[in-house]
Design a protein around this ligand. Structure first.
Ligand code: HEC
Length: 114
């Protein structure tokens, strides 16, 4: 076995490993986008579990995202509140993209299924 042959095998193994890592991480990233936005921008008021039981949440009368009323609200209604704001809820139309809002709504819905 020549040294060149060894290099070739190592490079092939490394490339295969890289491809596998990229394939595995792509869906995980899409799923985590809403969670990332929520934890960075929303959990401060709405709480990590969506119940709004944080100090800031209580002070601003944040309603639980998992209440019966919130569950009845459509994704479109939530999107509108996120885009335009409502009372103490800030508007995010300039801070989040449409895709980010869609991901964060999906993430909030998943919080209430637990
Ligand atoms: C400064 C505190 C604060 C932050 C930060 C905040 N919210 Fe809110 N949010 C509120 C308050 C207060 C309400 C209740 C508004 C009302 O009904 O008077 C609310 C209501 C909502 C509702 C409506 C829930 C229902 O009962 O139907 C949604 C959806 C929502 N927020 C999403 C978000 C998202 C997404 C983020 C982050 C991008 C976020 N909020 C960040 C304070 C906050």
């Amino acid at each position: 076995m020549t040294i060149r042959g060894n290099w070739y095998v190592k490079a092939a193994v490394a490339l295969t490993a890289l491809a596998v890592i990229l394939l595995l991480s792509a869906p995980a990233q899409a799923q985590g986008a809403g969670e990332k936005v929520y934890k960075a921008k929303c959990a401060g008021c709405h709480g990590p579990d969506g119940a709004g039981a944080t100090a800031a949440g209580k002070a601003m009368k944040v309603t639980s995202l998992c209440s019966d009323e919130a569950k009845k609200a459509s994704d479109a209604a939530w999107t509108e509140i996120i885009v335009k704001g409502k009372n103490k809820m800030p508007a995010y139309d300039k801070k989040l993209s449409e895709a980010e809002i869609k991901d964060v709504v999906a993430y909030m819905r998943s919080l209430c299924k637990k």
